[in-house]
Design a protein around this ligand. Structure first.
Ligand code: TNX
Length: 536
């Protein structure tokens, strides 16, 4: 039989059945195609082994229904008495699959066995299985015979979404979460506050809803980069706590952790518009109507700032169970602090040599407050200015240097350098591209990014916990446009975050990506020009 296979391969005939690469993204650690396919029909049962939540199988059923137009039969509860009929068997076995989030998938003519190290592993195995499934109209579906052994390279595989500059409805967020999970992304970094709008309900501070959540109707000050939607209309809105909890629940059911970001001490104009006493000058301020970096930031000399932010973070922590909470920390000008008697007094009292150290003091106080709730902070790389807060994780966006330094200091690091993984940048040089933030990160550039910088020892490299792509929404007034920027570049991020470094192969990835266009469409992602722009 082996001889026959070889002969077929040699003749170029068996290529499809035996040697064709499986269209899986991200590329698994080991994937061997071969043997007879499994034929999935309306008689196929899905058996869930002990210890697995029923929801795990439910989402796969749903996928088979939408893409294959087939309803799988319910399986027996599993265990030793499980029926021997052909079907799909899901089970947990941490010894058989030793890596966290890992799985082993065997597809053969008599059935499909999926063994996960943990529930996440089973879930990811089901995503792989879904990706092996052809589209159908209710008739039998042939799933290629194969053995896949797989686990992630990084424990943190993130996508960041800015909803301050423009916000997107909860049903759209849910659709995107489905797609992220399909590609084994496990973290949504939710950028909830910025100068242009505060998007999370905080019950203790109602003006965050009535004032900070909306942009000023009249334009004040500068004229730089007017958002095209500035037409004198109020723009804004926010997610209620109930909605945010629903997003957290929906994400968790797909093994995605939602990390909320509350920006401080900079990018805070919307909050200052609502509570002007929290700024050094006392205002008045208005929620920003254009993009950029603003001089007015939270006053670091005012105790009210800290009690306000602690009140905010208390509610945020109650909504979001994630161990890590993001406190921003980027792009905070120091001019107001320099001119503010209270800030200068604070620097004297605390023996802080400069405003950078005052920023560090600011972050440390918030971090200490969160530590009492057993939470840790993540911040953009500028939180290193003036000294890095103990226990903080650094998100390295301005380049790789912040991440390198933090790893050398023994702090966890998420790499997200703008040059490679900023999804608000142009993805092609086509002049017909819709207006974007500038910058150029085509699919191939994101794919070519290596998250572990050179020059780190093996131990230091271990602090690089993962990689993230960021979608800022200044130029994305509609969900459709945001989706156009997300996909297919998220697929490249998924592969650099999950697959072994040695498996990286651009032409092979691009070929697989093309085979995913219809799959994305099946998940509700609009087909877009981005596919025509895939070039090697
Ligand atoms: C910089 S990245 C910012 C954001 C902007 C983005 C635009 C970062 C931490 N701060 O406020 O939206 O550039 O690309």
């Amino acid at each position: 039989r082996a001889g026959l296979c070889l002969a077929l391969l040699g003749a170029g005939l068996g290529n499809r059945a035996l040697g064709a690469p499986l269209p899986i993204i991200p590329q698994p650690v080991r994937a061997r195609a071969g043997g007879a396919p499994f034929v999935l029909t309306g008689r196929t049962a899905l058996h869930t082994g002990p210890g697995l939540a029923p929801g795990t199988a439910a989402r796969f059923r749903e996928y088979v229904r939408t893409v294959g137009h087939l309803a799988l039969r319910p399986g027996a509860a599993g265990g030793p008495g499980a029926p021997a009929a052909a079907g799909i068997f899901l089970r947990l076995d941490a010894r058989a699959v030793p890596q966290a989030e890992g799985y082993r998938l065997v597809v053969g003519p008599r059935g499909i066995t999926l063994t996960g190290h943990d529930a996440a592993g089973v879930f990811y195995g089901l995503q792989t299985l879904s990706q092996l499934m052809p589209a159908g109209t209710g008739g039998p579906l042939r799933l290629p015979g194969c053995v896949v052994e797989d686990y992630p390279r990084f424990g943190y595989r993130g996508v960041h979404l800015d909803v301050s500059r423009h916000l997107f409805p909860v049903p759209v967020l849910k659709k995107w979460l489905d797609v992220l999970a399909f590609y084994k992304i496990n973290t949504l970094h939710w950028h909830l506050t910025d100068d242009q709008g505060w998007r999370i309900e905080i019950k203790k501070y109602p003006r965050l809803q009535s004032v900070a959540a909306y942009r000023a109707e009249t334009l004040i000050g500068h004229k730089k980069e007017l958002p095209h939607r500035f037409d004198g209309q109020r723009y804004g809105g926010y997610y209620t706590q109930a909605e945010a909890r629903e997003v957290v629940r929906y994400a968790a059911a797909r093994h995605i952790t939602v990390i909320p970001e509350i920006e401080m001490p900079g990018h805070a104009l919307a909050a200052l518009a609502a509570y002007p006493a929290l700024g050094c000058t006392g205002g008045p301020y208005q929620t920003a109507t254009f993009w950029g970096v603003f001089d007015d930031v939270y006053c670091a000399g005012n105790e009210a700032t800290f009690s306000f932010l602690e009140g905010v973070m208390d509610e945020v922590a109650a909504i979001f169970p994630s161990r890590y909470l993001h406190i921003g920390g980027d792009e905070c000008p120091k001019v107001r602090w320099q001119a503010c008697p209270k800030c200068q007094q604070r620097m004297k009292d605390e023996h802080l040599p400069n405003e950078q150290a005052l920023q560090s003091y600011f972050i440390r106080r918030i971090s200490q407050h969160l530590a009492t709730k057993n939470r840790r902070v993540i911040g953009w790389d500028e939180i290193m200015e003036g000294g890095l807060t103990p226990g903080a994780t650094v998100m390295s966006w301005t380049g790789e240097q912040g991440g390198v330094e933090a790893a050398k200091l023994g702090h966890p690091v998420i790499m997200t350098p703008e040059k490679y993984v900023y999804l608000d940048y142009y993805q092609s040089l086509n002049p017909a591209e819709p207006l974007a933030a500038g910058g150029y990160t085509p699919l191939s550039k994101t794919y070519g990014y290596e998250p572990v910088p050179t020059g780190l020892s093996a131990a230091q490299a271990g602090y690089v916990r993962g990689v993230q792509a960021n979608l800022w929404s200044e130029y994305l007034p509609t969900a459709g446009q945001a989706e156009y920027m997300l996909f297919p570049r998220v697929l490249a991020l998924a592969e650099i975050a999950w697959s072994p470094r040695a498996a990286r192969n651009l032409p092979a990835f691009l070929a697989r990506t093309r085979r995913h266009e219809w799959r994305l469409r099946a998940l509700g992602v609009a087909t877009n020009r981005a596919y025509d722009q895939i070039t090697d």
